[in-house]
Design a protein around this ligand. Structure first.
Ligand code: FES
Ligand code: FES
Length: 184
């Protein structure tokens, strides 16, 4: 496969001559998107998480959190990726980033982009707000957030309570949400 395109944060990026073992994580970082971090490089810490648009089984798409250290770049041919940089910016924080900031969900910050990505995937999960009540409600907050969505993300310094508080403070995505166009 000599060349193909991956859409990153809404912009098509041409890939030329990718080596089969180049990971999505290394390619993104080499391209300047250093928000995704390498922690373990073996799928156990979530520091490298990115959003990938996947079929939702109903003719639309949904955003899923994926560990970029485990994905080989050629497998992303034609796919759409959103990194932490594409979720929000310092002047326009995404609700997930805002809640993490105001509730003290970040200290050194190394894990934070990965948490933001995983939290955003759960934020946009359609069933979260349409059917928040669950019989196994012990893992679901009143806003429908399933805290298991963060079970692949490790933090070594903040402690998980402020991060959980941020997740449980999230509301419903507004209709004009720009990332929301990928949800339908
Ligand atoms: S660096 Fe990818 S899961 Fe840890
Ligand atoms: S804020 Fe330092 S590892 Fe999470």
């Amino acid at each position: 496969m000599n060349s193909f395109t991956v859409t990153v944060n809404g912009q098509p990026r041409e890939v030329q001559g990718a080596r089969p073992h180049t990971t999505l994580l290394n390619w993104l970082r080499d391209g300047g998107l250093t928000g995704c971090k390498e922690g373990c490089a073996e799928g156990e810490c979530g520091a490298c998480a990115v959003l990938v648009s996947r079929p939702d089984g109903r003719g639309g798409t949904r955003l899923e959190s994926v560990n970029a250290c485990l994905v080989m770049l050629p497998a992303m041919n034609g796919q759409e990726v959103i990194t932490a940089e594409g979720i929000g910016s310092p002047g326009h924080l995404h609700p997930v980033q805002h809640e993490m900031a105001v509730r003290g969900g970040s200290q050194c910050g190394y894990c934070t982009p990965g948490f933001v990505v995983s939290m955003a995937a759960e934020y946009y999960r359609p069933e979260r707000t349409s059917r928040p009540e669950r019989k196994d409600g012990e893992h679901h907050a009143p806003n429908g957030f399933d805290i298991h969505a963060l079970s692949g993300n490790l933090c070594r310094c903040t402690g998980y309570r402020p991060i959980q508080d941020a997740a449980h403070a999230l509301g419903t995505p507004p209709e004009d949400d720009t990332l929301g166009t990928l949800r339908t």
